[in-house]
Design a protein around this ligand. Structure first.
Ligand code: DGL
Length: 275
């Protein structure tokens, strides 16, 4: 499918990346964006490295074939498991001028600016936690910061099914937060290391002591993209700017439109696509 436009591609396993896109639209409204959610194969968080890599590469190639020059993996799981291989092994073969960026590095940069105790918590999917990407990246930039992680396998299904306000939903949110804080009571900063979790922010805050900072991943990634475009004028001129947005899902279009409207707080039209 060729859309003949050099939109910025935004990819997630499902709806979570819309929390990142939402911030892109505030920070960079003039740019064109194509959002692709692989809802049919979500969640990625419990899948193996090979599967997440293969699915993510298919999505990136799809977005490239639609005209995108720059693709953001608005998914921590895909950023943790597929980004480096795509950047180092695949891009030079596919097209060395195109770029794929992730969400982990910009979030990590912020950590050192916020923590005072130097004890940081990460909440994420099983895949992101197992990959150890956050502790490894934090170690590179801030070797004196201690990182504790907690995987929250129920949280993505709770968001996807809009069940997080129920008694069952609250049980899992409270339990995972308590587990994390029990691992290290000195934690003063928490990264919501999954793009689905901002939808749970209100619920999460209920179970967190006030002294704990939550890192707003969407805003950080949006600022980082803006900064990237400033530092890379050769890419910036290749991104089209008509303020247009297109949405694709690998699942049912009607349920995508309905749920995506909750993330973006506005109505939208989506199209189906097979990867
Ligand atoms: N939104 C994805 C992330 O940021 C995870 C959702 C999933 O498990 O597919 O990690």
């Amino acid at each position: 499918m060729n859309i003949h436009k050099q939109a910025i591609g935004v990819f997630d396993s499902g709806y979570g990346g819309l929390s990142i896109l939402n911030e892109f639209l505030k920070e960079l409204p003039e740019y064109d964006f194509i959002y692709l959610g692989d809802n049919a194969r979500s969640p990625y968080g419990t899948r193996s490295y090979d599967v997440v890599y293969e699915y993510t590469l298919q999505a990136v190639e799809q977005l490239f074939s639609m005209g995108c020059e720059l693709v953001i993996l608005a998914c921590n799981t895909a950023s943790a498991k597929a980004l480096r291989t795509i950047q180092q092994r695949d891009l030079p073969k596919i097209n060395p001028n195109k770029r794929v960026l992730g969400v982990i590095r910009p979030s990590v940069e912020e950590v050192g600016l916020l923590t005072k105790t130097k004890h940081v918590g990460v909440l994420g999917t099983v895949g992101t936690v197992r990959s150890n990407s956050y502790p490894l990246e934090i170690e590179k930039l801030y070797p004196d910061i201690k990182v504790l992680q907690e995987s929250c396998p129920m949280w993505v299904p709770l968001v996807e099914n809009n069940e997080f306000k129920t008694e069952g939903g609250q049980y899992f949110i409270k339990k995972n937060i308590a587990n994390l804080l029990q691992k290290d009571p000195k934690i003063d900063t928490i990264i919501l290391g999954c793009t689905h979790y901002p939808l749970l922010q209100e619920e999460i805050q209920k179970y967190l002591p006030n002294r704990i900072n939550l890192i707003p991943q969407g805003e950080i990634v949006a600022k980082s993209l803006k900064d990237y475009l400033k530092r890379h004028p050769e890419m910036e001129v290749r991104c089209s700017k008509n303020g247009e947005r297109e949405f694709f899902t690998t699942e049912f279009v009607d349920s995508f439109e309905e749920k995506a409207a909750r993330f973006l707080n506005s109505e939208l039209k989506a199209r189906h696509i097979n990867l």
